[in-house]
Write a protein that binds this ligand. Sequence first.
Ligand code: P5A
Length: 440
Amino acid sequence: MLFSKSLIPILKNNPSEAKIKSHQLMLRTGMIKQSSAGIYSWLPLGFKIMKKIENIVREEQNKILAQEILMPTIQSSEIWKESGRFDDYGEEMLRIKDRQNREMLYGPTNEELVTDIFRSSVKSYKSLPQLVYHIQWKFRDELRPRFGVMRCREFFMKDAYSFDLTDNDAFFSYNKFFLSYLRTFKRLELSAIPMAADTGPIGGNLSHEFIILAETGESKIYTDKDIFDVNFQDTSLDKSSLESLRKKYDHYYSVTDEKYNEVDFNSNVKKENQLITKGIEVGHIFYFGDKYSKPMQASVDINGKKEYVKMGSYGIGVSRLVGAIIEAKYDDKNELMCWPTKIAPYHCAIIPLINKNDKSSLDKAMNISKVLKNNKIDTIIDDTDESLSAKMKKFNLIGIPFQIILGKKSEGELIEFKKVGDDIQKIDLKEIIKIINKEL
Ligand code: P5A
């Protein structure tokens, strides 16, 4: 891709309405554009990143054998009346009337809709467990949308749902998602800590929020520092391994604001281990038994008896993650952003020195780009006539992890190359491919 032909509307300065780094940077580098309060268009840079995050989330859902579906954004109010949440959900729900005067709504979440699909599709306990997920836009009419994509009104969520026969089986499903979330956030190079949390309008009595530490986060957290050392990498997907992993995490006092109790905190966590800080909620999982299946009559037959299925739901804020990763990775001191290479909008920026009379650098850039493409490395060539240093600064801001600089110092086989934040080195293309591929 040539920079001059791309839709990357970079602003000269940080927009004054943005209070936190991720919001500033996303607007400044043209990743998103606000269309109305808490509602954004995703332009190519931001969209590419979000799609790559979405794909990692999807791969990890598929690994626990959750099945992908796609439910609509617009729902009928009928099913919400059945569950009793039509009134409970309050003003956060965007209610709409169609031309027949039917009450519709823009889904803030999908427990009812998926329960409706389940009750008309699954009859036998032999089909359990059922794990399904979709990745779809949600709308919540937040009172105070703020911080860009972190708390907006329209946002992109991965939401999954599990259906089981017994509580015990349902905890197994819950634990599969628990591990899957740890793995997902790890692949995104985030350290997300599961914390006991309130269940709010989703309901139930078991829930964990997955929180990454960030000063700009909206969640206040109280935790034992040792929880960061729990190792989940080698956990397999069988029932007992998952149970012991959950136990390892739950052993540590680690809660959000709503669950905090000073006496418990002090008696469970040694003073030197206490960490009170802020974080961003990037995922949230719930177990709520028959809260929806009972009023909505979602049951299976077992030995001639009707049994209401036991359900859980599991959310990841896919669009929020774009902002959350900036908050976690931005280097304030040096004004540098570096996306994890796997989700960077381009893996490498090629920066030729453009001279009116001499296009040889640009030709060289095009050739290098082709070779990199054949090696699955995605590039953007900056063919504008800005100075080399201005171009490098621009890509430091956007956070493209690698840069190839084709100025006077790149001669013959040896090319100037750098990773954001590191020094320039002079190496050949083969070496460059090796270095980038290691991070993919
Ligand atoms: C779980 C899946 C649910 O809605 N129902 C289906 C459950 N949970 S949740 O905690 O309310 O939301 C899941 C994740 O979505 C993100 N999120 C948001 N992102 C941006 N703007 C918002 N206004 C917003 N609200 C929720 C969070 O990452 C949350 O963990």
